[in-house]
Design a protein around this ligand. Structure first.
Ligand code: NAD
Length: 499
């Protein structure tokens, strides 16, 4: 049994709490490693080391800092297969999907190589007689991030790449379910030339998170995970005077208009609903066909596609569509919600409850499920299931379909499938959701745009990556400078406009 470590001051350090979390191989159900769960003292020690290392890193010019990230990109590409294999083994997602996880993180690292441009600041020459004003973007100091299990490579990179590029130190508290890839990323960054203490990985659970929330040296916290924890971290972090951004759960609707290409819509729904076993915050979990005829046609197209899905371990090759869910508890929760859907009157058109995979009976595999005639009062509609379960809510009109997406408490992503530009434009304009796809089911913006939901899917005012990341990880200092001539005329006693 492998005992994992923390990564502190450039070293793998064994945990001292005596508490460990089980890291499973979700395909077999076996515990393959023990993840140390840090104490408050272990977190505080890492923060102390980060605080000592950070000023020298902030003093390295932005271009040299960016070169470390350039080298890091090379190393990520060199080790892509190794990273993806470790990721699949702990998370369960397919090998190509694991590579995608690393790739979408890598793209944000590439974007952050532009840090010198992003950090240039502003300058006004002659804002008043002999007076110049300039604004600088300075690092915050020690920053921290708390990340979820479902993207163990991408989301840590979305946080630490901009934080480090801006001259901060970063404490990463990854998910205790799949901590190996974050540890590997920290090693690679050091190989790329990052000084010790600038990126540290402290593994843990609520105790480590609370230590981060209450450590006075930590200036900012980024969080991605479920909404109840996002709300807790946002409220506590803000009350402790920190800059906080928290991204939470989702229930993403895809509206299918009568004029949509129904084959295209069905293909999109199957990929977006069941890919990664539905464990994506941008997964589509609700299909909203407009009109009874559209709904019937859509269900007719969906059923054979869903029944053909190949569910299996990542080792079974590239034609596996999705793997197991992350833990036995996640599987139980999904099946409990499926049962509630049946009990509350939804029609289970594809029933994956008896799914079992020969040779992997103890793995956390969940067969695909499709519900029709779901209504908004049902638990399967209100709650995030985070599994391979797609619900169909039939709408009579476009306005009714739009209102479903708008009235749901979550607002991460949404999509519309139509051939009508006017409908698509109206939808994108009016919907109160952060990321919108038009004939694109999973509209995750690329690195140079920003990522973030609305409503209960995000707390805070800046998004992840893109230009917002450079704002989140810096604070602005504005200097108003006047050189000697004004001083020759003696003191100035009245506050007056510059003319
Ligand atoms: P989670 O909320 O259980 O855990 C996220 C992090 O919080 C982990 O590091 C965990 O150790 C920590 N944590 C868990 N319980 C805690 C507690 N009581 N106190 C303090 N910290 C705690 O989420 P998860 O199951 O790892 O990830 C799945 C969730 O993340 C889903 O809801 C999904 O929608 C969401 N997610 C959102 C986005 C987004 O960008 N909006 C992206 C990915 C995942």
């Amino acid at each position: 049994m492998q005992e994992l470590t923390h990564y502190i001051n450039g070293e793998h350090v064994a945990g001292t709490s005596g508490r460990f979390g089980d890291v499973y191989n979700p395909a077999t159900g076996e515990v393959q490693a023990k993840c140390p769960l840090a104490t408050t003292e272990e977190v505080n020690k890492a923060v102390e080391i980060a605080a000592a290392a950070q000023p020298a890193w902030a003093a390295v010019n932005p271009q040299r800092r960016a070169r470390v990230l350039m080298k890091f990109v090379d190393l990520l590409n060199r080790d892509m297969d190794k990273l993806a294999e470790a990721l699949s083994r702990e998370h369960g997602k397919t090998f190509p999907d694991a590579k995608g996880d690393v790739q979408r993180g890598l793209e944000v690292v590439e974007y952050c190589i532009g840090a010198p441009q992003m950090l240039k600041g502003e300058f006004t020459d002659s804002a008043g007689p002999g007076i110049d004003i300039y604004s600088m973007r300075q690092p915050l100091g020690v920053t921290a991030g708390i990340t979820p299990f479902n993207f163990p490579a991408m989301i840590p990179m979305w946080m630490f790449a901009p934080a480090i590029a801006c001259g901060n130190a970063f404490i990463l508290k990854p998910s205790e379910r799949d901590p190996s890839v974050p540890l590997m990323l920290a090693e690679l960054l050091e190989e790329a030339g990052l000084p010790k203490g600038i990126l540290q990985v402290v593994n843990g659970d609520k105790e480590a998170v609370d230590a981060i929330l209450h450590n006075p040296v930590i200036q900012s916290i980024g969080f991605v995970g479920s909404t109840p924890i996002a709300e807790y971290i946002y409220a506590t972090g803000c009350a402790n005077g920190k800059r906080v951004q928290c991204f939470g759960g989702a229930k993403n609707h895809m509206i299918v208009m009568p004029d949509a290409d129904m084959d295209q819509a069905a293909d999109a729904l199957v990929g977006a609903g069941y890919g990664a076993a539905g464990e994506r915050c941008m997964a589509i979990s609700v299909a909203v066909p407009v009109g009874e005829e559209t709904a019937d046609r859509l269900i007719e197209k969906l059923v054979p596609r869903i029944e053909k899905l190949k569910v299996g371990p990542y080792t079974a090759g590239d034609d596996v569509d999705y793997g197991p869910v992350v833990t036995a508890a996640a599987k139980e929760n999904i099946l409990r919600l499926v049962q509630s859907g049946v009990d509350q009157g939804a029609k289970l058109v594809v029933d994956g409850r008896d799914f079992s995979l020969q040779g992997y009976e103890n793995g956390f595999f969940v067969g695909p499920h499709l519900f029709d005639h779901v209504t908004t009062d049902m638990d399967i509609y209100k709650k995030e299931i985070f599994g391979p379960v797609l619900s169909t809510v039939r709408a009579k009109t476009y306005e009714e379909a739009l209102s479903y997406a708008m009235d749901h408490e979550y607002g991460n992503g949404t999509a519309i499938f139509t051939r009508d530009g006017d409908t698509a434009r109206d939808f994108a304009n009016r919907v109160n959701i952060g990321m919108v796809g038009i004939n694109v089911p999973i509209p995750v913006p690329l690195a140079y745009h920003t990522f973030g939901g609305w409503k209960k899917s995000a707390f805070g005012d800046l998004n992840q990556h893109g230009p917002d990341a450079f704002k989140f990880y810096t604070r602005t200092k504005t200097v108003t400078a006047r050189w000697p001539s004004g001083l020759k005329e003696g003191g100035e006693f009245h506050f007056k406009p510059m003319d």
